[in-house]
Design a protein. Structure first.
Length: 76
């Protein structure tokens, strides 16, 4: 397992940690409710895509791609 894979696993665990308290004080489990499994599956796909891209094209490219996607997906 490469460094990028280890990073991806740690990020995924952080994203789906049900005990994690958000800045508003609510735990992810409280906020997610019945949709928490769907959210975890989505996070798995997104982080897996990042890891696969990093493996093929390099970590720098994968981060740039995520940054571009985030910028295009958010209108703020």
């Amino acid at each position: 397992m490469g460094v990028t894979d280890l990073l991806a696993v740690r990020i995924w665990r952080w994203l789906v940690n049900q005990r994690c308290r958000l800045p508003i004080g609510t735990a992810l489990a409280e906020l997610g409710g019945d949709g928490l499994e769907e959210y975890a599956a989505h996070a798995d796909g997104a982080v897996g895509s990042f890891a696969a891209t990093a493996e093929v094209r390099g970590a720098r490219y994968a981060v740039w791609r995520l940054t571009a996607q985030g910028g295009l997906a958010c209108d703020h």
